[in-house]
Design a binder for this molecule. Structure first.
Ligand SMILES: NC(=O)C1=CN([C@@H]2O[C@H](COP(=O)(O)OP(=O)(O)OC[C@H]3O[C@@H](n4cnc5c(N)ncnc54)[C@H](OP(=O)(O)O)[C@@H]3O)[C@@H](O)[C@H]2O)C=CC1
Ligand SMILES: CC(C)(CO)C(=O)C(=O)O
Length: 304
């Protein structure tokens, strides 16, 4: 099977970056951005820009009949995922490959429960420093999409998507241990996203030694401890790997949670500290650093 028709939902910091790259390689008629009428009017009126270039997208409403998608990409925030899953219904049939760029360890479960796990590939978006302010998205590092089946990289779906990403110049890496990869990224987000949000800073602050970096690492170590109870077994070597990924981001860039705070949007706190605290309760493991981060970020969100 060859991927020709692509549908995407969620034109944020990540969606604009992938959409713009795809729009350079895929004929306009074959790339469909799903959005409701109000969003479409806004996008068409204001334009959407990626590193200063105006994006040229075809928009379709959820109700519009379309040819079924060979590939469907979700790039909304977790709070918008359930609505987005329903909005994409007209695009999915038995052959559609579904990919989620969402952070956390839950989106594939939610999408698979709705559309069937046979359609879903597990994915982690890492190494990018994408920022979106209003209708303008910028990045220095494009990062990569790491994907695979839950525990293998030998399937038809994996081969088909890898060959498509080769064609459209989207960097990727295959991983036969996607649960570990997702937990590693989860650990990174629990540390970076929450600490940068609380310190109201940028990546520069947690790249340098000091109070913020210590807090980030302590929050990540709580995830390492919990991973043992979930049969994932993250190690100090995984911590070093993800600290290295963080070290390569632009010091002026900011994670999605910090961007949420600046825009006064409710963040993905439940997906990060919220999940850590619940896992800690389930396994009787103390998670004081994430509790402190949860309290501080909740307080900030109450002022929105
Ligand atoms: N930013 C980053 O660098 C990275 C982000 N991630 C993860 O990727 C996911 C997306 O993040 P990010 O791009 O930052 O998020 P953003 O908040 O920037 O973007 C989400 C976009 O989805 C749109 N949206 C929400 N619901 C719908 C819907 N029903 N129909 C159409 N559009 C919809 C929103 O539109 P509107 O604004 O109009 O509501 C918004 O433009 C998150 O889970 C994040 O954690 C992962 C790696 C890196
Ligand atoms: C930290 C980062 C950019 C990692 O690529 C991320 O996942 C986010 O901003 O949510």
């Amino acid at each position: 099977m060859e991927i020709k028709k692509v549908s995407m939902i969620g034109l944020g910091a990540l969606g604009v970056m992938y959409g713009h790259q795809l729009s350079k390689e895929v004929p306009k008629a074959n790339l469909r951005i799903i959005a409701d009428q109000n969003r479409i009017e806004k996008y068409e009126h204001e334009g959407i820009f990626c590193n200063g270039e105006r994006c040229d997208f075809q928009y379709v409403t959820p109700e519009e009949p379309v040819e079924l998608a060979d590939l469907l990409i979700f790039s909304v925030k977790y709070s918008g995922l359930h609505e987005a899953i329903k909005a994409a219904e007209n695009h999915v049939d038995d052959h559609t490959i579904i990919l989620s760029t969402l952070n956390g360890i839950s989106s594939e479960r939610d999408i698979g429960t709705y559309y069937g796990f046979d359609k879903v590939l597990y994915c982690v978006a890492q190494g990018m420093d994408a920022v979106k302010t209003g209708n303008r998205q910028t990045y220095d590092n494009f990062g990569l999409l790491c994907f695979g089946e839950k525990q293998s990289i030998d399937s038809r779906k994996v081969k088909c998507l890898a060959s498509f990403f080769d064609q459209v110049n989207i960097p990727y890496e295959l991983d036969a241990e996607m649960m570990k990869r997702q937990w590693g990224k989860f650990m990174q987000n629990v540390g970076v996203n929450q600490t940068v949000a609380v310190f109201e800073s940028d990546y520069g602050k947690i790249q340098r030694d000091g109070e913020a970096r210590e807090m980030m690492i302590a929050a990540m170590q709580e995830v390492i401890q919990l991973s043992k109870y979930e049969e994932i077994d993250l190690t100090e070597a995984d911590l070093q790997y993800w600290l290295n990924v963080i070290g390569q981001l632009s010091p002026h860039g900011k994670p999605s949670m910090r961007q949420d705070m600046e825009a006064k949007r409710i963040s993905e706190l439940e997906l990060f500290a919220g999940s850590v605290i619940k896992l800690g309760e389930n396994h009787d493991v103390a998670t004081p650093v994430n509790e402190e981060l949860y309290r501080k970020i909740s307080e900030m969100e109450k002022t929105f």
